[in-house]
Design a protein around this ligand. Structure first.
Ligand code: NAD
Length: 288
């Protein structure tokens, strides 16, 4: 039997509908909508390509979104001054600093200057700490999208063997915390797992497999446990095609549910940023 595809556009569409309703409530009550600023330093092309998807979704939902492109050689101090100015602006509800930043800038140092309550991506250390305690509504967007896909299957996570391949700060690590909060049994694999020759062992016992590595078709379909849920976060350009980190057609034969690449995790990630914008706005309104 072939896996059921977890269509990111369909899931994103459902979440967007809910967010649109929240925005119309906000508009009625507050006579304004959340305003978010995405700061990009140099590298205009990649920043703009990423931002274009966000601009489209923000428009659809009714969020005021602005891309601030700053010069590539801006000193870190000036960038921090810019973030602090936005922190103080009551008209700005959400701030993010597009990654990557040029080598002379420490992204952590800048992210830590974003007001905790305006931190759209949950990258400030306070929000990372709160997430560990299960006490924040601002969840990093890609892990939030992965959770939404898993939840869309209706399969409960409690007691399930979940294997994450990839331990990055933006995907694997925060995702492991979210899964632990749901009482899954979580294993996090990474480069050294492969080097030790143990990746297949871990992957093949996963009830739920999440792969976020950035290597085309690293995970072979035949490794996957029968009827697993497979979430492929990877985005890899191979010639003119975009492929994931999982061998798609072979995985389809084994898994019960599978996200396609493209069109799986990506569209939901963008919507999660907008969800965070509404969360941030609402908690700021609650403070006033
Ligand atoms: P990263 O480069 O920060 O981390 C890569 C991880 O993969 C590390 O944990 C590393 O140890 C592990 N790894 C590398 N080689 C490995 C191997 N042979 N075996 C096992 N593990 C290995 O990556 P990232 O920023 O988390 O991104 C990962 C992928 O996810 C990329 O393709 C990226 O484009 C994609 N991504 C997609 C979205 C989305 O919304 N769809 C969001 C973020 C990242």
């Amino acid at each position: 039997m072939s896996a059921q595809l977890l269509d990111g556009k369909v899931l994103a569409g459902k979440i967007k509908e809910k967010l649109k309703m929240q925005i119309s409530e906000i508009l009625k009550e507050k006579r304004r909508v959340p305003r978010v600023i995405n700061i990009a330093v140099g590298d205009h092309h990649s920043a703009c390509a990423y931002a274009n998807a966000q601009i489209r979704v923000a428009e659809e939902i009714g969020i005021d979104y602005k891309l601030d492109v700053l010069p590539a050689d801006i000193p870190q101090g000036k960038l921090i001054d810019h973030v602090r100015k936005l922190n103080l602006d009551p008209g700005v509800n959400g701030i993010m600093v597009h990654k990557p930043v040029p080598a002379h800038i420490d992204h952590h140092a800048v992210a830590n200057q974003i007001d905790v309550i305006k931190d759209l991506e949950g990258v400030n250390v306070v929000n990372i700490g709160k997430m560990m305690l299960g006490k924040t509504s601002i969840i990093p967007c890609t892990p939030a999208a992965v959770m939404a896909h898993i939840d869309s299957t209706g399969v409960p996570l409690r007691g399930k063997e979940v294997v994450i391949v990839g331990h990055s700060e933006i995907v694997g690590k925060p995702l492991s915390l979210l899964l632990l909060q749901r009482m899954a049994t979580v294993t996090v694999c990474h480069l050294a797992t492969s080097e030790a020759g143990k990746l297949i062992d871990h992957v093949s016992r996963a009830d739920v497999l999440v792969v976020a590595v950035g290597k085309p078709e690293l995970i072979k379909g035949q490794w996957i446990k029968k009827d697993a849920i497979v979430i492929d976060v990877g985005i890899n350009q191979v010639g003119s095609r975009i492929v994931g980190d999982v061998e798609f057609y072979a995985a389809q034969e084994k898994a019960a549910y599978l996200t396609p690449v493209p069109g799986g995790v990506g569209p939901v990630t963008v919507v999660m940023l907008m969800k965070n914008a509404i969360e941030a706005f609402s908690s700021q309104m609650g403070q006033r």
